[in-house]
Design a protein around this ligand. Structure first.
Ligand code: PHE
Length: 467
């Protein structure tokens, strides 16, 4: 059968490198920047609860599906689905689902790089001592000035994209292992130190209550955003984990590895939230501040604590590294696909794709300043406009890309992959790849993949439509 294919892009040296790479992909701005601000915007505990349920019942099964599809086919996502579908006697059109996922990954990268750029800027600012003894208003104003300056943002966005593209051009194996082996654990240590600081603010319990108390009425509000973010956080639904699975050695157990990576990623998100919210409350900042939340809260903490400057610089370097290791996993699926299809050199493919992402990213940069007034999908006073300049309702450019990717495309991509593994590939192929020893555990995993995850995704979509 198809179990002995070889990837033309190389493979990870060991199971350990897959774990590092997958964790590098999963743990990123999603856990440290996006999760806390979404918890803030969607009102705390209800969002967290739905998020955790979605990780367990939907995210992990999808992650397993992606990894096993990738490892079995050992090719880029679109080609993987094509080859496996044909092998199983199904239509090669399944590859379209993966193709849509790979495009979604590029759209995500377009804004991811902009925010990655913010963390680069903060390395310098914290290092210069700009936040020493800063007031809460001061940090807010600082962030406001940064995002109001399009050219500064473009410069950092360009640098971040370049750093990611250079790594991809060389091939993901080179450099990734060496840098992540030390830096990922260090990031973890720094978040724990921040958590220690939060414990001294006197507002720790307020943070805990905010994150874990909820009223049942609120559950529905954050349902789709929380599910979308579960996909985003685990890097599933776009083929990133699938392409990393394609480079995984045959001996590694997919089930144990995937559960480990997912737990680690979720743990980092929860720790980041627990570190952040007590500082938000202690400083009297607004938890529903939005995308700026991390960038006003943490500099405030670093500005008001002993050794804050050193710690702050190290922290933002680590955030940038975490973002970089996620960014390359967003670019890799399409790069691998085009290298397979066109035989054009990896370097060129990378250059053009990252240029396109960079260009689309300018839209996100400008949505914080010169295009702030440009609103899409405006629903005001009973009238609907696709686009309106200066409307108070509606989404800006960043909002549109974020909505389209996280709320629509990621869950749809996940649905495609999990149905593919559960229904197209069939039980035996899945059993062969997963290598779960206990039959009961396998039956449970397969049940989650075949029924619970797809039905769960559909229920969340339906609940959103009929809300
Ligand atoms: N999981 C990454 C993060 O949390 C983002 C990402 C999404 C990466 C989708 C790859 C695919 O930052």
């Amino acid at each position: 059968m198809s179990t002995d294919k070889v990837s033309v892009h190389g493979s990870w040296a060991s199971r350990w490198v897959f774990i590092l790479a997958a964790t590098g992909s999963a743990v990123g701005l999603g856990s440290i920047w996006k999760f806390p601000y979404m918890v803030g915007v969607y009102g705390g505990g209800a969002f967290v609860l739905v998020f955790l349920a979605c990780i367990a019942l939907i995210g992990i099964p999808v992650m397993m599906a992606e990894t096993l599809i990738g490892r079995r086919a050992r090719q880029s996502p679109a080609n993987a689905l094509k080859v496996l579908a044909l092998e199983a006697g199904h239509s090669s059109k399944w590859s379209w689902g993966a193709f849509a996922g790979m495009i979604t990954a590029l759209l995500i990268l377009s804004f991811y790089s902009v925010v990655g750029g913010w963390s680069l800027e903060y390395i310098i600012d914290v290092g210069k001592g700009d936040f020493q003894a800063v007031t809460p208003d001061g940090v807010g104003a600082f962030f406001g000035e940064l995002i109001a300056d399009p050219w500064r943002l473009v410069a950092w966005h360009t640098l971040f994209m370049l750093l990611s593209a250079i790594t991809i051009a060389k091939g993901v194996n080179a450099g990734l292992e060496r840098s992540l082996r030390i830096l990922m654990p260090l990031l973890f240590v720094l978040i724990v130190i921040l958590l220690g600081y939060s414990l001294t603010t006197g507002h720790f319990m307020e943070g805990v209550h905010f994150m874990f108390d909820f009223t049942p009425e609120k559950l529905l509000d954050g349902l789709l955003p929380a599910m979308g973010h579960a996909f985003f956080s685990l890097s599933v639904g776009v083929g990133s984990i699938m392409i990393y699975g394609a480079y995984m050695t045959k001996e590694a157990s997919i089930s144990a590895t995937v559960v480990g990576v997912a737990l680690l990623d979720t743990f980092v998100s929860l720790l980041a939230g627990l570190a952040l919210f007590p500082i938000v409350f202690a400083a009297g900042l607004n938890p529903s501040e939005g995308p700026g939340l991390m960038f006003v809260t943490l500099p405030y903490a670093f500005g008001n604590v002993a050794f804050g400057t050193v710690m702050g610089v190290v922290f933002f370097i680590l955030v940038a590294v975490a973002a970089w290791s996620s960014a390359i996993s967003l670019l890799e699926p399409m790069v691998a696909y085009l290298v397979e299809r066109t035989k054009v050199r990896r370097g060129w493919v990378t250059f053009w794709l990252s240029f396109i992402c960079w260009f689309v990213g300018l839209g996100t940069v400008f949505s914080f300043n010169i295009w702030k007034q440009a609103k899409f999908f405006v629903n005001e006073g009973g009238a609907f406009h696709l686009y309106q300049w200066g409307a108070t309702a509606g989404l800006d450019f960043f909002g549109v890309i974020d909505f389209f990717t996280s709320r629509i495309m990621l869950p749809l991509g996940g649905l495609c992959f999990v149905i593919f593994a559960g229904w197209v590939m069939g039980r035996e192929a899945v059993r062969d790849e997963l290598s779960v020893r206990s039959p009961v555990l396998f039956a449970l995993t397969f049940f989650l993949m075949r029924y619970v995850a797809p039905i769960g995704i559909l229920i969340v979509f339906a609940a959103q439509l009929w809300k």
